[in-house]
Write a protein that binds this ligand. Structure first.
Ligand code: SF4
Ligand code: SF4
Length: 315
């Protein structure tokens, strides 16, 4: 069990990523660049630091501790030269006000399994388990496969939350130990997909069809949930939802257990600020509830199985 992965967050006993109560572990690294990404700290596969302006008291201990001379204090606050920063984390502990945090710490399979086992009773009583999310967990297939295998050996349900873009060989490694796949279909028009996420959608659709047909060595199909983010001005259009629904009806049939439409939320602007950037959707209004209800209806009609379609996050 020597595999390690960089984790940037753990959500314990969450109900967001699969059935029942789950521990969701977030791995760093993603090949996509979604304009609406809620986890900008997940994109880089390397450890990095973020700085919280309101916590900083200007003590300068971080500057003295940095071996790369990557930090300077300016009138606007701490400036981080991210070209120089190696993510070594030596500036974190000296900061007396905890204004600097290291994002991304290595975990072994064994350590993560211990975390999961601590909640085992909750998982069992609620029909839950563990979910690996990110970033894109399937960029580290060796770790995911070893962790899921260890969980299944302990009777813990495993779910993979994926954007679908990694090479098929990565999925082949992971799927034999995966009970549920949470699979993103964000936009059916490939040119728009490329514009919104930085990559075309053809490889994602091709991988989905292969997952549909994949059986574990014991002959089981992993359960399949599709998730579609509803982002106003981007993916939250009747045309997109209808095209996805028709594609799913035509290609997945009963292999699809559930299709979740996930309403946009705008709670992550502060994360971009801590990383020294600005979120392009900072002033984007939330999804209008009437539009959300109408998209749900259109999705249900297009899929032809209304009971399988849910909307989450609508306020
Ligand atoms: S796939 Fe997910 S983690 Fe990756 S950029 Fe898009 S929203 Fe962010
Ligand atoms: S993480 Fe390391 S290299 Fe980066 S600013 Fe802190 S001390 Fe310097």
């Amino acid at each position: 069990m020597k595999e390690t992965a960089l984790l940037f967050a753990i959500h314990r006993l969450s109900t967001d990523d699969g059935p029942g109560l789950r521990n969701t572990f977030f791995l760093k690294g993603c090949a996509l660049r979604c304009t609406w990404c809620h986890n900008p700290e997940s994109i880089s596969p390397q450890p990095e630091i973020w700085w919280t302006e309101r916590k900083c008291i200007g003590a300068r201990d971080c500057i003295a501790a940095c071996p790369e001379e990557a930090l300077t204090l300016t009138a606007q606050g701490l400036s981080i030269d991210r070209e120089r920063c190696t993510g070594c984390g030596k500036c974190v502990d000296p900061c007396p006000s905890k204004a600097i945090e290291l994002i991304g710490r290595p975990w072994t399979v064994e350590q993560l399994l211990r975390e999961a086992l601590a909640e085992r009773l909750f998982f069992k009583n609620s029909g839950g388990g563990v979910t690996l999310s990110g970033g894109e967990p399937c960029l580290q297939p060796g770790f995911v496969s070893a962790f899921f295998r260890a969980c299944q050996a302990e009777g813990i349900h495993t779910a993979l939350d994926t954007c679908g873009f990694p090479p098929w060989k990565n999925f082949e490694q992971v799927l034999p130990h995966t009970d549920l796949v949470l699979y993103d279909i964000k936009e059916m028009n490939s040119e728009r997909h490329q514009r919104f996420t930085g990559v075309p959608n053809e490889p994602i659709l091709e991988n989905l069809l292969r997952i549909r047909d994949f059986r574990t060595p014991l002959g089981r199909y992993p359960a399949l949930w599709i998730r579609t983010p509803l982002i106003p001005g981007y993916t939250a259009t009747a045309g997109n939802v209808t095209s996805i629904g028709r594609f799913l009806a035509e290609n997945l049939g009963d292999r699809l257990e559930r299709w979740e439409l996930c309403a946009f939320n705008n709670l992550c602007g502060a994360k971009y600020a801590k990383l020294g950037s600005k979120w392009p959707l900072e002033n984007q209004p939330l999804l209008d509830p009437d539009l959300g209800a109408s998209l749900l209806e259109q999705a249900r009609q297009a899929l032809g199985r209304p009971e399988a379609v849910q909307i989450t996050g609508l306020v």
